[in-house]
Design a protein around this ligand. Sequence first.
Ligand SMILES: [Zn+2]
Length: 335
Amino acid sequence: MSENGLGDKFVIGIDLGGTFVKFVYARANGEILMYDKIPTRVSHGAPAILGDIANKINDLVIKNGHGRESIIGCGIGCPGTVDADFRKVIFAPNLKWNDVDVKGKLEELTGLSVFIDNDANLAALGELWRGAGRGVDDFICVTLGTGIGGGIVVNGKLLRGVNNNAAEIGHMTIDFNGAQCGCSNYGCWEKYGSASALIARVLNFLSINKNQRSKIPSIIFELCSNDLSKLDCELIFEAARRGDPIAKSAVNQQIEFTAIGLINLIYIFNPNKIILSGGLSAASDALINPVIETVFKKAPKVSLRELEITVSNLGNDAGTMGAIYLVLNEKSFIN
Ligand SMILES: [Zn+2]
């Protein structure tokens, strides 16, 4: 991989999320010069969001003063399915987008080359280029956040599938009769192993407990100042740490369900590394360490010989680093 002479060229990496659009302005050698973010105006629709992104790109180009000719291009990770020509977002449920020509519109509004890809795939490329996936040929990125996302690298390349829709690991079915998911299917892994799933499980346990004759005492109400809308995963882990039976039981189920998905992935892909990211990956003692312990008890021994499960050291930067890598790769600055 040759990266010589990239210090005087610049790239803009963008991560389009359901709440914020994150930007990094970086040297093409990966050195980040500036971070920025804007809110994603989901209710205003695609034209408004793409207009906001283009304005911010133009703003960053002017602010940094390197001149348009020194910008190699913009890479953007989108939270949905991207078409095989890498122009359009075919479907992005969180943004309520169908068939949006992201590349065409942003190129028209900025005059720069724009490259798009799925956000989880770009996070995997970011890990491959600058993170825990560096020098690893077979690894899986698993984002344990509001939902569960994934990017799979096999033989040093992203696994894309025939319709560019591979690695939707959060939607593998683990219970055919389970709860309905945002994808319309039932019993998807993310309905059991995501942060939203943990919160939903605790709320469900509390509501069952409320109707019991002999109620289990719980400190959860007290921890969230009697306002269950304030309930988040950190608070649940804290309650579990203090021995709250409801929180403990919900976290124990979360550990099992998270491990189930990882074990399935290990059986299918026999990876060298699993790189965890997303909000839940920070809960090392409460969640991640017990998950790893369970995986190492139950996954096939032969697949565990070379396996390492680690937390991403790029964290929130993986997606934007991947977006930069995408541009460099497309423009043949690296290969
Ligand atoms: Zn689903």
